[in-house]
Design a protein around this ligand. Structure first.
Ligand SMILES: Cc1cc2nc3c(=O)[nH]c(=O)nc-3n(C[C@H](O)[C@H](O)[C@H](O)COP(=O)(O)OP(=O)(O)OC[C@H]3O[C@@H](n4cnc5c(N)ncnc54)[C@H](O)[C@@H]3O)c2cc1C
Length: 426
């Protein structure tokens, strides 16, 4: 029986010839050798790009789940790549270990997060893949390979993030930190002040990020720093109500920017202040129940304020219908060959558009601004780049492609979308 697949936002779908969920490594190797191509692996389908889409076979790594072992002294964990981030975080917390950082949600599979360079915010904190010590991968011939920092670090740096085109990641060993608590504070300031002090504000906290609600001229700034204070229960998420308010204000005042700004100032001041201490794993993730599509570009940190100023100016001139906030984060530089943070401390700027309506006029208008400043797209978020553009912005792109060919010589993991990104003739 064929079953339709669609991503979280509903923007991409496909009806593969088969969907399989191997129970163990033998079943997975067998599927890789024999199932119809292209074989695309799926975590939880939270990517906004058609990475998982396939007319051949979609392979879920759900059964490769849970912590296999851990080292309390080295603070390392070995886990199945299909484990969901939230489940992993809870199990790690019980044994005194923690991710140094997390993104906005904890629903993704670890393998999915690693494949797209999923990240949180923090000028000295890397994306998840920077924690990797070793991975096990099933290659295109259905054989298990191990890549590790100790034995073959170059290969490890080539294959992750690998967009599911460098084999099926089955098991990952990664380095953590000891469990910790965070004090999270939230306040507002004018967007002019925020842009003026961008670098200092974004680098003087362990983790700093901010949101800009279109037409408000207000930045909602969030800072998280280590704390030894007693943990409290995290206050309830207000994201859904905030989104409903922003949509309502747009509907009622979208025709009058000055009125929209006044109403938004009033609404945002009501939700602004927050100050609490809680365990790391409850501070980072939120519930995101309102569906959207997203484009996120990673630009050099020193360009962050200029890029954002241009994005806001264009949005507020041409797109009065947009009400989803812009999210701005910072990420540490790293060494992975296909990492958007490769050798570059980064400001990440994300724009969103409600699911169910066409995001392309907005996203396509903004993309040239990101590109003008040397932006590299998030692999899991919408963009229009192809192999030629990517080769120009990733110095080790061609070397990564040669490692990929060795892993998957018959292109069994190559869908039309992957072929476009990597410049592969099918
Ligand atoms: C509401 C929401 C919030 C988000 N927040 C953030 C955020 O804060 N920060 C951020 O950086 N991103 C964020 N994202 C993007 C998201 O983290 C990435 O798109 C991530 O890849 C999704 O993980 P997934 O498990 O759903 O992977 P999928 O979308 O299912 O797959 C993504 C890629 O991973 C590959 N893959 C999955 N498992 C394996 C495996 N075991 N072996 C090999 N390849 C595999 C797939 O083939 C595909 O190429 C968010 C997305 C949504 C919808």
């Amino acid at each position: 029986m064929t079953v339709r697949w669609q991503n979280w936002s509903g923007y991409h779908s496909s009806t593969p010839r088969s969907r399989v969920e191997p129970a163990d490594i033998d079943e997975l190797c067998d599927a890789v050798r024999t199932a119809s191509t292209p074989l695309r692996f799926v975590g939880t389908g939270h990517s906004f790009t058609p990475l998982v889409k396939s007319d051949g076979t979609i392979v879920s790594l759900d059964k490769f789940s849970g912590i296999r072992n851990h080292d309390a002294d080295a603070l390392t964990v070995t886990a199945g790549a299909g484990t969901k981030l939230g489940e992993l975080a809870r199990a790690m917390h019980k044994i005194g270990q923690a991710f140094p950082n997390m993104g906005d949600i904890d629903k993704q599979a670890f393998g999915g997060a690693l494949a797209t360079a999923t990240h949180g915010s923090g000028a000295t904190l890397g994306a998840y893949h920077t924690q990797l010590e070793a991975i096990n991968v099933v290659d295109g011939r259905g054989r298990v390979r191990e890549f590790s920092r100790k034995k073959n670090v170059d290969d490890l740096l080539a294959v992750i993030p690998g967009l599911g085109a460098f084999g099926a990641v089955t098991e990952v060993t990664f380095r953590n930190v000891a469990s910790y608590r965070l004090r999270r504070r939230r306040w507002t300031l004018s967007i002019e002040e925020m842009l003026d002090q961008f670098n200092i504000m974004m680098t003087s906290h362990r983790s700093a990020e901010f949101y800009y609600a279109p037409f408000s001229r207000i930045a909602l700034f969030v800072a998280s720093d280590l704390s030894d204070d007693v943990a409290v229960t995290r206050p309830p998420d207000e994201d859904d109500e905030t989104m409903a308010t922003l949509a309502r204000v747009q509907r009622l005042t979208g025709w009058a920017p000055w009125l929209r700004k006044a109403v938004l100032r009033n609404a945002l001041s009501g939700i602004a202040r927050e100050d609490y201490v809680a365990d790391w794993l409850t501070v980072y993730p939120s519930e995101r129940n309102v569906r959207f599509n997203e484009m996120e570009y990673h630009v050099p940190i020193e360009k962050g304020a200029s890029v954002l100023a241009e994005v806001i100016a264009l949005m507020e001139t041409r797109f009065s219908n947009v009400y989803f906030p812009i999210e701005v984060r910072v990420v540490a530089s790293d060494e992975a060959w296909l990492s958007p943070f490769y050798r570059r401390q980064t400001a990440s700027i994300a724009i969103h558009h409600q699911a169910g309506s066409d995001p392309l006029p907005y996203f396509n208008a903004m993309e040239p601004i990101f590109r003008k400043y040397g932006g590299r797209p998030h692999w899991g978020k919408m963009h229009n780049l192809t192999a030629r553009d990517l080769q120009a912005s990733y110095p080790r792109f061609m070397e990564a492609m040669s490692v990929r060919r060795d892993i998957d010589p018959e292109n069994r993991f190559v869908s039309p979308y992957i072929a476009t990104l990597f410049g592969i003739d099918l």
